[in-house]
Design a protein around this ligand. Structure first.
Ligand SMILES: *[C@@H]1O[C@H](CO)[C@@H](O)[C@H](O)[C@H]1NC(C)=O
Ligand SMILES: *[C@@H]1O[C@H](CO)[C@@H](O)[C@H](O)[C@H]1NC(C)=O
Ligand SMILES: *[C@@H]1O[C@H](CO)[C@@H](O)[C@H](O)[C@H]1NC(C)=O
Ligand SMILES: *[C@@H]1O[C@H](CO)[C@@H](O)[C@H](O)[C@H]1NC(C)=O
Ligand SMILES: CC(=O)N[C@H]1CO[C@H](CO)[C@@H](O)[C@@H]1O
Length: 305
């Protein structure tokens, strides 16, 4: 009973999502917020309760968000939502308001932080203002990979999805290049223009609230990247090297959690399509300037080609 009451008390303390500060640009009003009597879905006799996330993994698509949330879940003070919630980017979800968002959250113990991941948030222009409005002190994790690699992964995912549904698909070269030039209309290309999206986030949230995880490093050697994540989130150091082991068949790391071993879904390690070296070269060149702008914006460089 004490645990239940504590849970409710903590919920009451953490729930006010109504920003005390004025909205930055006076956008449309926020949909229905939580009322103090709204306890229905928030507590459970086993001492757990639902809370709005204190941490959101905002992207990027194909950056390694699934790996990141799985690795973060190794920490006992983290409760992670299973599915991608798409609250801030899908209008039909957003209009249901924060009570609905809350109902999508995992049951957490009072000492746990809640995290959800929706990779589409990073590139959706409406999302930064909405997240800031819910909680200006939110902590964001953004996992990025080499923009060219990311485009190829993005294409590969769409390609397999269409293949499965027996739909037509275009060869990669014809979506990447139009009339001999890089095709700016290709959406996957835009998603890799990180600085454009980052500028939008930084209008609403300070860099101190956003930790960038190096997705290429996380794949190569997850442990050091996860130490940085723990530190950023001010979590007690708990994740350790024995939580990871290299699977030679797969060619990447799998997780060991209290003796339980698990690897990510096979789609996560798919080979990319072959791209003509000349086009690949063009792509690397194309991202050179945008990458530089991104490094300046975030005050940090990445080992991208
Ligand atoms: C507590 O109850 C919730 C709601 O039924 C359930 O989802 C969760 O798994 C339970 N947690 C534990 C640790 O028993
Ligand atoms: C890329 O996306 C951003 C944000 O959605 C948009 O403002 C911009 O016009 C797009 N650029 C191109 C070249 O499509
Ligand atoms: C690493 O963490 C696991 C729990 O996830 C624990 O059982 C183990 O003792 C830890 N190992 C070291 C070397 O701290
Ligand atoms: C390593 O990966 C292979 C291929 O996906 C899989 O069959 C096997 O179970 C994995 N082994 C371990 C110990 O994770
Ligand atoms: C523990 C607690 O206060 N539960 C209340 C939550 O709200 C419903 C009505 O909406 C009450 O019936 C519960 O007693």
């Amino acid at each position: 009973m004490a645990a239940l009451l504590l849970g409710l008390l903590l919920f009451a303390m953490q729930s006010p999502p109504i920003p005390s500060r004025p909205v930055v640009d006076g956008g449309p009003p926020f949909p229905p917020t939580l009322s103090p009597t709204d306890n229905g879905t928030t507590s459970h006799p086993n001492g757990t309760f639902q809370q709005l996330p204190q941490i959101i993994i905002i992207g990027v698509r194909k950056g390694g968000t699934r790996a990141l949330i799985e690795m973060l879940s190794l920490h006992s003070a983290v409760a992670a939502a299973q599915n991608e919630v798409h609250f801030f980017d899908w209008e039909s979800h957003f209009q249901k308001g924060l009570p609905w968002y809350l109902s999508q959250m995992p049951y957490a113990f009072p000492n746990q932080l809640t995290v959800e991941k929706t990779p589409a948030y990073f590139t959706s222009s409406k999302v930064p203002r909405r997240i800031h409005q819910m909680n200006p002190d939110i902590k964001l994790l953004l996992i990025l990979r080499d923009p060219t690699e990311r485009v190829l992964s993005d294409y590969t995912q769409v390609f397999y999805n269409r293949l499965q549904k027996h739909k037509r698909y275009q060869p990669i070269e014809s979506v990447l290049v139009k009339d001999g030039e890089i095709n700016l209309g290709y959406k996957a290309l835009n998603r890799s223009l990180y600085y454009i999206h980052m500028q939008n986030w930084l209008q609403y949230l300070p860099m101190e609230s956003i930790h960038i995880v190096d997705g290429d490093e996380l794949i190569r050697d997850p442990f050091p990247e996860m130490i940085k994540v723990e530190r950023f989130l001010k979590l007690e150091p708990q994740i350790n090297a024995s939580n990871f082991y290299f699977n030679k068949t797969k060619g990447f790391y799998c997780l060991r959690d209290h003796g339980r071993e698990r690897c990510l879904h096979d789609s996560k390690g798919r080979a990319h399509p072959h791209v003509a070296p000349a086009i690949l070269q063009k792509l690397y060149q194309f991202f050179h300037e945008p990458n530089k702008k991104f490094f300046e914006l975030v005050g940090r460089t990445f080992n991208w080609k």
